[in-house]
Design a protein around this ligand. Structure first.
Ligand SMILES: [Cu+2]
Length: 162
């Protein structure tokens, strides 16, 4: 018993649908999205500068966050300059100074000390990581796709039982 031509075309259509489905799912999970963070957070982070190092050495925020860095120099005067954002703040020994900005571009940016603070001054570096906060959009997209997939499965099952 051989399947009719209509049946074969339907099989090809279904195969095509699932191939497209898989491709879309992969795209949603991995492709960079042009949407910015949905809910920006207020972040206040204390950074200690001393002994030619920043503590913490790596600052991680999400894109869209409103960030305030509070710099505290624990020995001599130090500063903090953020590459890529071109922002800087300096703090006198034992005092704090703060810098506020919106982390509007994602990526990893180097933090450097703009104050000649001693022999190891050129090595006083840290990192600012601004993560693209697009998980929400990916999950939403995949959820919509899952509903479409379920509907298609339902249709196929319904057809088979008729
Ligand atoms: Cu320094």
């Amino acid at each position: 018993m051989s399947a009719g031509i209509g049946e074969r075309i339907r099989t090809i259509e279904i195969g095509f649908f699932w191939a497209l489905f898989g491709l879309l799912a992969t795209f949603l999970a991995l492709a960079p999205l042009p949407v910015a963070a949905a809910i920006p957070a207020e972040r206040r982070i204390q950074v200690k500068a001393g002994d030619f190092a920043y503590t913490p050495g790596v600052i991680t925020v999400n894109r869209g966050d409103h960030v305030t860095l509070e710099l505290i120099s624990t020995d001599v005067a130090h500063g903090l300059y953020i590459d890529g954002y071109a922002l800087q703040v300096t703090s006198e020994p034992g005092q704090s100074a703060s810098l506020s900005f919106t982390a509007d571009h994602a990526g990893t940016f180097r933090l450097r000390c703009p104050v000649a603070c001693g022999d190891l001054h050129p090595f006083m570096i840290g990192k600012l990581k601004v993560k693209p906060d697009d998980l929400f959009w990916r999950i939403s997209g995949l959820a919509v796709l899952a509903v479409l997939g379920a509907l298609m499965l339902h249709r196929q099952t319904a057809r088979r039982t008729v």
